[in-house]
Design a binder for this molecule. Sequence first.
Ligand SMILES: C[S@@+](CC[C@H](N)C(=O)[O-])C[C@H]1O[C@@H](n2cnc3c(N)ncnc32)[C@H](O)[C@@H]1O
Length: 309
Amino acid sequence: MNKAMLDEVAEKLQTNEVCAGMAQLFNGLQDLRLSNQADVWQKMVETDLRPHVLAELLQLDPMTHRSFLKPRGYAGDAVLLDMVYGHPAFSKKNVPGLGREIYEYIFAGQAGRAVRYRRHIIADAIDDVASRKTRPCVMSLACGHLREAELSEALQGGHLGRFLALDQDERSLQIVHHNYSQLGVSAKHISVRDILKKKIRSERFDLIYSSGLYDYLPLKTAKVLTRRLFDLLHTEGRLLITNFLPVIEAIGYMECFMDWYLIHRDEVEMMALVADIPRNLIKRIELFVEKQENIVFLQIQKDGSAIRK
Ligand SMILES: C[S@@+](CC[C@H](N)C(=O)[O-])C[C@H]1O[C@@H](n2cnc3c(N)ncnc32)[C@H](O)[C@@H]1O
């Protein structure tokens, strides 16, 4: 049954029916992924799906190719995110024929749109903190290329205090430094592990956010990190974190043909991340989902009377 579907999709991709073929593939893989146990799905991926000739056609898409290849050692690096954003650093003009059509299909899909909304939501959060406090201090953890910097009026207008952009990937930080240091952004090579080891201890922030990181963190690490980031907030400060939801259209395609496995969380699982923070230190918790219903956002505000850690 899998083979028949893949044969049909491969045929469509080669006969100018790319959208129909990709839609059939995304739906088919989502069904297979969500209706099978993880080990059964994984076996299917390895023995039936990836060995099919269709995989070679899909590798013509630069996002699928980069994710599968992992030149930085992990899927979803900032160069790939630039492709998802349609950022000018990535030129789709250089992608020929079928690869370009597959790219356009994936770009226009729900997950791609959700990631672009996420960028806007983060930029709005930066602007919001700047509207409530003079020269607020902001931290972005796992900043990638920090592309939300280009959408934030407060950052562009020089209305922020310290802006600390942290990532484990030196090459992404070079881009951040090159593009945004003149706006006052400090790019620093600091990982989640460093944060947990309290490498940052004396500074406090009005906004700390992390987009596209929690999708890689197991529960235990995610909970401890959330507590640690919360401790780094000023009173009234906000922590904003994001995660992909479990039931999303792209899940089967991402895992199978991009070899891009995320840790998906629903709203209840997001709430579990705040379990280690004493309730009396929290002023407000907000959970919301963006328009495509692919990404959930958790925002926690520190209580004004909370004791500084
Ligand atoms: C999907 S990208 C998101 C980038 C950016 N925040 C965005 O929304 O476009 C994930 C980023 O997390 C970073 N990352 C992953 N694990 C990390 C860790 N343990 N410590 C610091 N950064 C990490 C990667 O280097 C990468 O830049």
